[in-house]
Design a protein around this ligand. Sequence first.
Ligand code: SAH
Length: 391
Amino acid sequence: MTKVYLNKKINPRIALGHPWIYNNEVDRIAGPIEPGDIVEVYFFDGQLAGRGYINPNSQIIIRLLTRKREEIDANFFYEKIKTAWAYRQQLGYVENCRLVFGEADGLPALIIDKFNDYFVLQTLSLGIDIWKPAIVDALKKIFTPKGIYERNDVPVRELEGLTQVKDFLTDPFPTEIIIKENDLQFYVNIETGQKTGYFLDQQDNRRAIKDIVKGADVLGAFTYTGTFEIHAAHYGAKSVLGIDISESAVAQANKNAALNKLDHIVKFEAMNAFDLLKKWGKEGRKYDVVMLDPPAFTKSRNNIDKAVTGYKEINLRGMQMLRNGGFLVTSSCTNLVSPELFLETIQMAAWDAKKRIRQVTYQSQSSDHPIIWGMENTHYLKFLIVEVCDR
Ligand code: SAH
């Protein structure tokens, strides 16, 4: 196995457990390498850093899979996935869960979502993509999957020299399935839906709205398949209107409302939330609860300011549309906007909206997406409920 030696002066990040090694942290590579090979990595002083896969064409040249001198083979992946499953089971995420959350499960660039008997896979780097057959075999051994599908239609793969692809990894199966969450049912299309088909990261947060929506008129924006809004109706809201820009998401959301026999309370319409919040705000429309769950506003550090402006704008308008004492339920999944920056932005929005706010709930993604301190990209979701009063 080829050995890689790191520079003397490098960030302590790697020693502290971060699995990524950048190009400029490598002093020398002692031997031949092919992209995707497993290599053994040493610190400058000769101490073992671990074993991982290498891709000289990527800025992150190595991602460590282990800190030990252990064999990286099919069995390694089987054991890792088994361990990841044991953790989810222990925490009660049995039916649906993010089974593998990449770096946070020691499997960099691998995402596996479990939707009851179906599995959706993303292999986002070359070094993990090579192990796809072993990963699929492990899933077949641990579970009895009705189907496994890859949603590798993700641009980040191109940075690794991989193509974008989506396909069956088992015999084909109908890709529109039904999952259960918090006593409700949702259609999920794992072939055509966004990302892996469904946002499992909000599953605990959807329960957090239970007590504030009773008897309320609720407006939800950026609803996708309507999960928060259907929860609101289920938890006793008087009326719920959900808005998404995507016609297909709105069609799916209305179908989900009907599936749960809540379509007399919750309706969905296709509209641009930015335009609508502005227009309805000006018209003086009022709600008891406004819920916002926009997509990531930036993936680049250069655009953080723009993302903050976007958050400020929608949250300010959302607050203005609340009756005195109403609740704003607001999320941010932009990885580069830190929790501190997000909360600061909400406070600025409240100030400009001439409102006083009081924190009701603040949490992150559900625990099947564990956060590793020091790996910022594992702590990406911010979920906040505030009570909003006139100033
Ligand atoms: N709340 C959802 C996830 C929302 S994902 C859930 O829990 O499942 C973000 C959604 O915002 C996507 O469905 C996307 O279509 C929608 N979106 C993006 N830009 C929008 C805009 N300008 N107006 C309304 N919806 C938008």
